[in-house]
Design a protein around this ligand. Structure first.
Ligand SMILES: CC(C)(COP(=O)(O)OP(=O)(O)OC[C@H]1O[C@@H](n2cnc3c(N)ncnc32)[C@H](O)[C@@H]1OP(=O)(O)O)[C@@H](O)C(=O)NCCC(=O)NCCS
Length: 154
């Protein structure tokens, strides 16, 4: 499904002008987990490294991550604009993240998502992540989370 639709999608680094988009999509995606979704996600986007998925000038998604060569690369947040979901954009950003971690000498990939988040679990499990552990009441609104990991292929 994704391949045809994501042909016109590219991934570029974060710019401060992306803040309004990130705040809007974070509210859409994460309000159900935390009352501080927009501010918390913006703080992470500025503090860690962030990539934006764009179609021409139009922003469609973002992925924030941390990592150091020889160590673990962590997806801190990933979200796609609601009307753009299910078209392979999440897959495309994960591909870019994994390629970058590999190029920089990352050893392992890690991320965390709600255990009730079928769309996210489906995306990550199909990309070869496995569930390493579960954490009860991880989110501010009480949902449990799964930690998922994947070794970087040499
Ligand atoms: C999780 C998320 C980033 C996925 O992005 P996306 O662009 O919709 O994902 P893709 O289109 O690349 O889909 C990847 C796979 O997930 C599956 N998928 C997508 N939406 C789905 C849904 N609502 N339910 C079940 N599976 C779904 C698709 O089958 C697809 O597999 P395929 O390419 O073999 O068909 C997006 O749903 C989102 O922004 N959710 C809100 C934020 C979030 O939950 N982030 C993750 C936790 S940090």
């Amino acid at each position: 499904m994704g391949v045809l639709v994501t042909r016109d999608i590219s991934v570029r680094p974060y710019q401060p002008a992306d803040d309004e988009f990130i705040a809007r999509v974070a509210r859409e995606a994460f309000d159900e987990f935390t009352p501080r979704a927009a501010q918390h996600t913006l703080d992470m986007a500025r503090h860690f490294r962030t990539m934006l998925a764009v179609r021409g000038e139009t922003r469609v998604g973002f992925l924030t991550y941390s990592g150091r060569s020889g160590d673990v690369y962590v997806v801190q947040a990933i979200a796609v604009s609601r009307r753009e979901r299910g078209r392979g954009i999440g897959h495309r950003m994960m591909q870019a993240f994994e390629a970058l971690a590999h190029a920089e000498g990352g050893r392992r990939l890690e991320l965390c998502t709600a255990d009730c988040n079928l769309a996210a679990l489906d995306l990550f499990l199909r990309r070869g992540f496995r569930i390493s552990r579960r954490r009860e009441r991880f989110y501010e609104r009480g949902q449990a989370a799964c930690i998922l990991v994947k070794d970087v292929q040499g």
